[in-house]
Every structure is written in structure tokens, then in C-alpha cells.
Design a protein around this ligand. Structure first.
Ligand SMILES: CC(C)(COP(=O)(O)OP(=O)(O)OC[C@H]1O[C@@H](n2cnc3c(N)ncnc32)[C@H](O)[C@@H]1OP(=O)(O)O)[C@@H](O)C(=O)NCCC(=O)NCCS
Length: 159
């Protein structure tokens, strides 16, 4: 059985596991350890800015998306994170999560979703373009890495 559920701290280990198993393409500074991923996620939960949704297949969480309910501009919000475990990629799960979060954002009264991704992440960019996101601008140095995926591209979609 498949369903999308709201996530909280109880799902912490599952979320870290999705991040590890999604094999984020294009980030060649890729020595982010499991420990660093955990630390990063703890601070994201502590900040309290993100609303987490997970895609559950039977009892396994295999993907998640997060929404930050603010972004500069009139009724704009941001999809901050999206990841699907590698072995489940290309099966429509990322699309389902994005559709879900778009409907959720609409229900909160937002009119536009913005998101950043890596300039070099061609598959991911193709994914966003395919589901209706348009390129807005690019930001060299956005990620603060010295090598690899240093430039971010901003995409947006009107809801
Ligand atoms: C990008 C991502 C969330 C897309 O989710 P998904 O479930 O694989 O995507 P869907 O199956 O709904 O859509 C498939 C489309 O996405 C693109 N795509 C992106 N990554 C893909 C992958 N690893 N395998 C297959 N298709 C992929 C293709 O354009 C594909 O279209 P096609 O089948 O016509 O070639 C997922 O691949 C992922 O987690 N990637 C690594 C982490 C990442 O890049 N996160 C986003 C950071 S901003």
C-alpha cells in the first residue's frame, strides 16, 4: 500500500536514511557523513521552518518532500527538500510528492512555489521542468562548497 503522510521527529532515522539512499546527483563534495546528515536534519527540525511529508510504501518510507511556508514575493513558498531512495527513482514517486505539496501549498493560500537546485544536476532539473517549473535565475557560490556543485538555479511554478 502507498500513501503520503506528515512526518515528524519520530521519523528522523527514516529521513536520514532516505537522504543517504537518494544519492544526490551532482554534489561532488559528497563526503557528507551520516553524522553530518543527522546534525543537519536536527537543526532543520529545531529551526521549525519546514513541513515534512513522506511517501510510504507498505511500512517503508521511500521519499520525502518539505515545504517552507514563506519565500520573498507575494504568497510565495519554497520546496526546500525532495529526495527519493535511488532504487525507487524514476517510478513517479517524486512527481506524486510534488503534486501533493503543491495541493497543500494551494490549500494554504500560496500562489507560487519556488525552489533551488544544483546547476549541474541535469536529471533533477529535467524532472522539475517536466512537472512545470520554469528557470528563474542562477546563483554562483550559493551552496558555499569549494568544488563541485557550487551554483544554484532557482525555479518557480505558479499554482
Ligand atoms: C529528483 C528526484 C526527487 C525525482 O524523483 P523520482 O521519483 O525519481 O521522479 P519521477 O519518477 O516522478 O520522474 C521521473 C523523471 O524525473 C527525471 N529523473 C530525475 N532523476 C531521475 C532518476 N534518478 N531516475 C529516473 N528519472 C529521473 C527524469 O526526467 C524522469 O523522466 P523520464 O522518466 O521521462 O526520463 C529523485 O530522482 C531524487 O531523489 N534524486 C536525488 C536527490 C535530488 O536530486 N533531490 C532534489 C534536490 S533539489
Amino acid at each position: 500500500m502507498e500513501k503520503i503522510i506528515r512526518l515528524n521527529r519520530r521519523h528522523f532515522d527514516d529521513i536520514v536514511n532516505i537522504d543517504i539512499c537518494s544519492e544526490h546527483q551532482g554534489d561532488t563534495s559528497n563526503n557528507t557523513s551520516k553524522l553530518e546528515m543527522r546534525k543537519d536534519l536536527i537543526s532543520r527540525f529545531d529551526d521549525g521552518y519546514e513541513i515534512f511529508f513522506g511517501f510510504k510504501h507498505d511500512s517503508e518510507l521511500i521519499g520525502y518532500v518539505t515545504l517552507k511556508p514563506f519565500f520573498p514575493g507575494y504568497k510565495h513558498c519554497e520546496v526546500y527538500w525532495l529526495a527519493v531512495k535511488k532504487k525507487y527513482q524514476g517510478k513517479g514517486i517524486g512527481t506524486s510528492l510534488m503534486k501533493y505539496v503543491e495541493e497543500y501549498a494551494k490549500s494554504l493560500g500560496f500562489r507560487k512555489i519556488c525552489l533551488y537546485t544544483g546547476k549541474d544536476m541535469n536529471l533533477t532539473r529535467k524532472f522539475y521542468e517536466k512537472i512545470g517549473y520554469s528557470f528563474v535565475n542562477e546563483f554562483p557560490g550559493y551552496y558555499g562548497y569549494l568544488t563541485g556543485n557550487t551554483t544554484a538555479v532557482l525555479y518557480a511554478k505558479l499554482l
